[in-house]
Every structure is written in structure tokens, then in C-alpha cells.
Ligand binder design. Structure first.
Ligand SMILES: *[C@@H]1O[C@H](CO)[C@@H](O)[C@H](O)[C@H]1NC(C)=O
Ligand SMILES: *[C@@H]1O[C@H](CO)[C@@H](O)[C@H](O)[C@H]1NC(C)=O
Ligand SMILES: CC(=O)N[C@H]1CO[C@H](CO)[C@@H](O)[C@@H]1O
Length: 471
């Protein structure tokens, strides 16, 4: 009986061409898996209670002229190198208001640990102090502490500095995330949420995520062009976020963490070597960005969204995607079929794309088919704050809030890339309409004097940052 009903259906399916059948079967399977997963796994919700981004003192602000003056005062760069630095700066997408690290102003061009500690303390303590005060959480209530800082890992750790300063509990679980490049912030959120869920503390607990970077010791004094780029775009910034699984705090929270995803592409040599810390011929340490960075970011992103897509996209968009792919196959262009990507704007209302460099933003926009308006926040953040590394995504989140774009129920995607090469996503759902907070770092910013517009124009002329290094 059953077989008589099914046989014609199977027969008609068989008659479909294979290129049509495969995407169809894949999306059907993805749909079933998604439904099953949702049914089987009711995790304890984790909320983002509040966060804060450190806004350095106005006197730390630098424009091109100040940068030039301060940077060349050390007399370590040749005229050639100085010209190159100027060129990169002009093309970098950075504006005239970014914040430089304290040691640049000191006149002593030594990379000392004392300066690094000063920088770390200033940023960290300020951000954390502010956050705890406004969220009404005492340091003693914090059960999990995650400090994400890619390049600077002193002993005792930054986490220990925080535990000491804020007198946290003896049984606090602390994690230090290092070496992950700009993805450290999103990885930190993932780590904190997992730790909270694993602990299952009675009545819930709090996790503090602190994201910063050590720019002082990152400064590169050599002449290798691959390694000079980071000097021009590295800037000071740090952020702190408070996550909780206390059910009662849902009423106070800003966002709920819907899902996280980390993918690691380090098994591929090109991906591993795209951005590495190394010494040049003279022994100066710096981070070298290779011409492969943009291509690697693209390939990594492709794999990343292949995993993320079925978990976040509505079924209709998956089907539409399957249709587009099969149509391209049918038209005899497998290349076109491979270049198709689902429309992630169907899954998310807002996107905080890691804006470590203009070339990376351009690559993401091209690959995902995002228009200028979707990547505008990424460009604006790069323009205003520079590459502050892992904390950038929080400055971008603040941008959406400052512009009151977030509405209750909106879905928001944070996407960051890191050395390794890895990609990490955090997906949030807004629990309330955004209102500009008193300490939003974008407060008082003039309404971007055509910054985004200029950046878009530059992007169209194709003046990519990494492209320049190799020309
Ligand atoms: C931004 O800064 C980080 C270091 O924190 C570096 O690893 C990354 O390569 C930079 N991004 C770009 C595109 O230069
Ligand atoms: C987050 O902090 C700001 C202060 O910066 C405060 O005005 C706001 O009410 C807080 N939001 C929530 C949801 O607690
Ligand atoms: C002491 C220490 O490890 N400091 C690090 C701060 O960041 C720079 C950038 O990589 C490192 O070179 C330093 O080693």
C-alpha cells in the first residue's frame, strides 16, 4: 500500500536531473535537521545584559598630521617608508579622529612592558568599572571571567589583574583568550556562554567578557611593507560585556544569544600563513599581512556560512537558494552555481561585520552580495575608531544603537575573522528597542561627514589596503 503510493513519487524524482536533485535533497535534509535540533535541544537562554565600549581621552585623538609628526619623530623610518605609511593611511579608510596608544605620545620610542600594562589597565578598568556599575552587578556575583586579548599575554594574566582590582570571588572561572587576532571578542562571547551553560549554577550566574588589544607592543619599527600596514590601522579600543543566565534578568537584558558558531581553517597552509607575527630581516617583530589575506578570508567565510546558513536562514530562502544553484547548473555554468550565496539579509536585520581593514570589508560585501548600506556601519566604525581588533564588533553594535536602528525582536549577526585562520559568529535577538545610552561611544560624533560615502567611493575605485602592499 505504502509502496504503491511512494513508487510513482520516487520515479518522478528519479526523472529530475541530478544537479537539481542534490540541492533539493540537501535543503530538505537541512530543514529536518534544524527542526530536530530545535526540538531536542532547549538550552538555558543566555542574555547580554549590557556592555560598554571604552572611549579614550580626547587628547589621545590623532589625525594624519599628528600621526605623521609623532610617528616620524622616532627617526627610525626612511623617507621611502614614511611615504608608504602616508599612502596606506590615506587609503586605509581611517578618519581623522582615531585614538593612538599612550606610548606614541611619550616621545620615548621604546616598546616597554610598563607602557603595555598602563594601556591595558586604562582601557580594561575603565570599561569594566563602568559596566558593573550600570548593570547593577557586584564583582562578587561574577562566576565566569573571559579576557580576550590577541597579542598581549602578560604574567600574571590580564584576567588576574581584573580579579585583583575588582576583588572577585576565589572560585571565579577565568579564561584568557589569546592569539586569535580580531575574532577574540566573538570567541570570548562563545566561551563565556558555554561556560555559563556548563556550570548550570543554581539560579544562574554572570559572565564578564572583556575584549582589548595591546597596541603598544605591537608597534613595528622596521621597513618591511607587509608588516608596516598594521601600524597605520591599529588603534586603541576595548570593550566589556556582561552575559547572564539568571532567568529574572531577562527583563533587564538587551539581547539574547541565539547561537554561536566557530570555524577553524588553520589546516590549510595559505589560511594559516595569511597573517602571522614574525621578525623581519633586522629582527623587528611585527604582524605581516600577505596578499592572500583577502582570498583566504573569502574562502573561510564561504565555509563558515555553509555551516551557519541552514541553522539561521528561513526555509523559503534555502529553497530559493537551491533553485538559483540548480538553475545555474542547468544553464551549464558550474562557476556561477558555486558563486551563489543565500541572501543572509533574510536571516538577519543587522550585521556587525568585523571591520579590521577596508579590503576585508570589501571582500565580505562582494562575496555575500551586500550593498553599501549593509556594510556602512563597518566602514563608519573603521573610519571613526580604526582597527581596534577584537572589540570592533561592540563599537559597531553601539553604532546601531546610537542610530536607533535596533527594534525589539530584530536579529543581529556579529561576524569576526581572526588569525589562524578562523571565523566566528554570534547571533543575537534584541529584547528591546535600542535607545542611545549615555555612554555610547558614538555620542557627540558629528553625523559622519560623508565618511561612509567617501569610503564607498574608494571601494569602487578598488583602492584596497592589502592590494596596495603588493603593488
Ligand atoms: C587588525 O588588527 C589585528 C591585530 O589585532 C590584526 O591581526 C589584523 O590583521 C588587522 N586587520 C587588518 C585587516 O589589518
Ligand atoms: C545599559 O547601560 C546604559 C548606561 O550606559 C543604561 O542607560 C541602560 O539603561 C542600560 N540598559 C539596560 C538594558 O540595562
Ligand atoms: C610581553 C608581551 O608578550 N607583549 C606583547 C604585546 O604585544 C606585542 C605584539 O605582538 C608582542 O610582541 C609582545 O610580545
Amino acid at each position: 500500500m505504502w509502496s504503491t503510493a511512494v513508487a510513482p513519487a520516487v520515479a518522478s524524482l528519479r526523472s529530475l536531473p541530478l544537479p537539481l536533485l542534490v540541492p533539493l535533497a540537501v535543503s530538505a535534509l537541512a530543514f529536518v535537521v534544524t527542526v530536530l535540533r530545535r526540538l531536542l535541544r532547549r538550552q538555558r537562554p543566555v542574555y547580554l545584559l549590557n556592555y560598554s565600549c571604552h572611549l579614550p581621552d580626547a587628547e589621545r585623538q590623532v589625525n594624519l598630521e599628528v600621526c605623521e609628526y609623532l610617528g616620524l619623530r622616532c627617526r627610525r623610518y626612511s623617507d621611502d617608508t614614511a611615504d608608504f605609511l602616508r599612502l596606506i593611511y590615506r587609503k586605509s579608510g581611517l578618519g581623522q579622529e582615531t585614538y593612538a596608544p599612550p606610548f606614541i605620545f611619550s616621545g620615548k620610542f621604546e616598546k616597554t612592558l610598563a607602557f603595555a600594562v598602563q594601556e591595558a589597565e586604562e582601557g580594561l578598568f575603565a570599561a569594566v568599572g563602568q559596566l558593573l556599575a550600570k548593570s547593577d552587578v557586584k564583582p562578587a556575583e561574577i562566576g565566569v571571567l573571559v579576557v580576550a586579548c590577541s597579542m598581549y599575554s602578560p604574567a600574571p594574566s590580564l584576567a588576574s589583574m581584573l580579579v585583583r582590582r575588582f576583588k572577585m570571588r576565589a572560585d571565579v572561572k577565568s579564561y584568557s583568550v589569546a592569539g586569535t587576532g580580531c575574532s577574540a571578542g566573538t570567541v570570548g562571547v562563545d566561551t563565556a556562554a558555554r561556560s555559563l551553560r556548563a556550570r548550570r549554577a543554581k539560579g544562574g550566574s554572570y559572565a564578564l567578557v572583556v575584549v582589548t588589544e595591546n597596541t603598544s607592543l605591537n608597534w613595528y619599527f622596521g621597513e618591511n611593507k607587509h608588516m608596516l600596514v598594521t601600524n597605520c590601522i591599529f588603534r586603541v579600543g576595548s570593550a566589556a560585556a556582561l552575559l547572564t543566565d539568571v532567568p529574572a534578568r531577562r527583563a533587564d537584558a538587551k539581547y539574547e544569544l541565539v547561537r554561536t558558531l566557530r570555524t577553524h581553517h588553520g589546516a590549510d597552509d595559505a589560511a594559516y600563513n595569511a597573517a602571522v607575527q614574525m621578525e623581519d630581516e633586522e629582527g623587528n617583530v611585527g604582524v605581516a599581512l600577505t596578499k592572500d589575506l583577502v582570498r583566504v578570508a573569502g574562502a573561510g567565510l564561504r565555509q563558515h556560512i555553509a555551516t551557519l546558513g541552514p541553522r539561521v536562514l528561513p526555509v523559503t530562502e534555502m529553497l530559493r537558494y537551491a533553485w538559483r544553484v540548480s538553475r545555474a547548473y542547468a544553464a551549464g555554468s558550474p562557476k556561477q552555481a558555486a558563486a551563489e550565496v543565500p541572501d543572509f539579509q533574510k536571516a538577519f536585520d543587522h550585521m556587525c561585520i568585523h571591520s579590521g581593514g577596508k579590503a576585508v570589508i570589501d571582500a565580505v560585501a562582494r562575496l555575500m552580495g551586500f550593498g553599501p548600506d549593509v556594510v556602512e556601519p563597518a566602514r563608519a566604525t573603521l573610519h571613526r575608531f580604526g582597527n581596534t581588533s577584537s572589540s570592533l564588533v561592540f563599537y559597531e553594535l553601539a553604532y546601531f544603537e546610537a542610530k536607533r536602528r535596533v527594534r525589539k525582536g530584530d536579529r543581529l549577526w556579529m561576524l569576526a575573522f581572526g588569525t589562524g585562520f578562523k571565523a566566528c559568529s554570534n547571533v543575537w535577538r534584541a529584547l528591546r528597542d535600542a535607545a542611545p545610552d549615555a555612554d555610547n561611544p558614538w555620542n557627540g560624533c558629528p553625523p559622519l561627514p560623508g565618511a561612509a560615502a567617501a569610503a564607498v567611493k574608494d571601494a569602487q575605485t578598488g583602492a584596497g589596503l592589502v592590494g596596495l602592499v603588493n603593488s
